[in-house]
Design a protein around this ligand. Structure first.
Ligand SMILES: [Zn+2]
Ligand SMILES: [Zn+2]
Length: 140
């Protein structure tokens, strides 16, 4: 089997109901936990895990996600049927930030840092020694 086909299958993902599916041509990188209020409300969860993939390496393979403009530059895509939040990107940007838990194999994309811990919900924490940043990641 060609390596590219294998990679496509490995880094595929989708929503709860299966209507919207996507694939990443490369392994999502720079995975981390985001504690920002927008992610919290968007996911209805205390934190999300997200990871970056180049825009040119990301594509929807089934269904059409709904686009929600969450900030002046930010766009979030979700399934119009089941509501699963799938990814975040910035207008004119060159990457997509995939919600790791929507990958078919989320166990292989491990978060390596925390960002926006200034808005971490006090009753929620994770037991790890990963770097913690009160705001955005200083490098990306
Ligand atoms: Zn769905
Ligand atoms: Zn966030």
């Amino acid at each position: 089997m060609p390596a590219e086909v294998l990679a496509d299958e490995t880094w595929a993902g989708g929503c709860l109901c299966g209507r919207v599916r996507y694939r990443c041509r490369t392994k999502p990188r720079n995975a981390g936990y985001c504690h920002c209020r927008i992610c919290q409300r968007n996911a209805g969860a205390p934190v999300i895990a997200c990871a970056y993939v180049g825009l040119e390496d990301f594509a929807y393979t089934a269904g059409e996600p709904t686009v929600y403009q969450s900030t002046e530059q930010g766009e979030r895509r979700f399934c119009p049927t089941c509501g699963t939040p799938l990814e975040y990107r910035e207008r004119g940007g060159d990457f997509v930030s995939v919600n790791v838990a929507t990958l078919d194999r989320p166990e292989e994309v491990k978060p390596a840092f925390h960002i926006w811990t200034a808005s971490r919900i006090p009753w929620f924490d994770t037991r790890d020694d990963l770097p913690r940043h009160p705001g955005p990641h200083p490098e990306f």
